[in-house]
Design a protein around this ligand. Sequence first.
Ligand SMILES: [Zn+2]
Length: 508
Amino acid sequence: MKVQTLAVLTALALLTPPMASCDEDHRAPPRWPTGTAGGRKVLFIGIDGLATYTLRQGASPNLDALADAGAYAYDATAGDITISGPGWSSLLTSTWRDRHGVTGNDFVGNTLGATPDVFTLLHQAAPEALSASLVMWPPINELIARGAEMRFSYDHVCPLTYDRCEFLTHTRDLLEDRSPDLLFLAWNDVDAAGHAYGWASERYYTALAKVDREIGRVLEQVRARPSYADEEWLIVVSADHGGSGHGHGDNSVPHRLIPVFISGPGIASGPIVPAPQQVDLAPTILYWLLGDLDPKWDFDGRVIVLDTDDLSDEVARYRRPELPRPRFGTNLVFNGTADVDRGLRGEIDLALRGWNEIGAMTAVPVSILPSDDPNVAETAPSPGAPFENAFVFGATGVSTMYQRIELPALDGVRSYRLSARATAGHSPSCVGPRLTIRFEDGLTQEVAFAEALPAKPMTCNSYTFVPIVAEGVLPSKTTVAFLELNLDRDPDARGFIDDISLVLQAAP
Ligand SMILES: [Zn+2]
């Protein structure tokens, strides 16, 4: 959120916090719902403005420990408008902004009534569940987390004195005396320090260290619950957006990349690949708590990290996305048709699963291409592809998108074939998109490089798809392929590409 709004916002607790923070008696009064001790539970930790590149700097030992203890991603993505309103909305509803309609912190034009929050859906499926949302930015509770049974909003960050911080004493009381099944906590310190003093400034790291200490206290309280031994807590950490300089809001890497850490009983440790997205957290939380998802729910995200074997067939579309296994003779590119996700809607740059994006690059429905070009009808969309997308490049300035493909099990690789179909599209200089590949050994030393070239010249200002291909022989020490799409030679160009494939063959 923007720090300026802090001063004018008043405390807007939707349920007035029922005790004064300085009273000796911090026990919650009986009118708080109690919940059930034992069973599966979720603590969802949200940190406003936490930029990925500022982690692992020593200021956040508790967060670092959560990353080490479970599944982690430092390259998870927020949506293209990197501010709090759309960010928290996507995190809590599993829809992108073309559906929740939140494009700013004024929430003007939002359609959140049609995109229920994770708390509402939890109570639909499990009416006895107890949920709580404690946030330092009141609009979350007023407009997004409306289904949380207990909502407490605070218009300020915690003072350094623990017992004077209602946000923390209420959390402690909830964890001591009540048994929330889904507890959402959202801190503001980091974002406020970023706006006032700069992201990655000394004061930013001071704020991060403070939030980290407070998270440590909360984690201690979770573990101190008398019923903790009978409980399975999933601890989820993420952010609404990143930041740089003194702000955020851009469709840029430092603003879009956010952390996602998920730890808990049975959660394997290690990186989450392909990188998750904000919309993946609500389905993952609900699946952990409920053991299945309701077919009526309509998420943009997927279940990540958790074993999805128990997901019923009606909701198989939410199964955890899996990378292609390294093996000979199959396409090793994840989401090379751009069809795994919905593409561009209007002017909305939805994150593409599996691809790291730098700059304006996304996928669009092939149907937007001129239908009077017979080659488009003939060659696009991808056969059997559900969403009929193609990658589009060069909407503004430099556009790059890349994918790192691990090839650890493929000793003795001898040949590769990289292929796709591309058009020059609208291009003043008739330059089509470039598809390049760099093969590396385990030490990130380049061992081979190639560019896929058109099988015949691309026609200027045409949407005819031309095959592009690169073939070659690889040194056997290759362990990683770094695949890159870009259109950086002409900032006004629009090019399209689809059906990207990398196939390796063993020596005969
Ligand atoms: Zn902010």
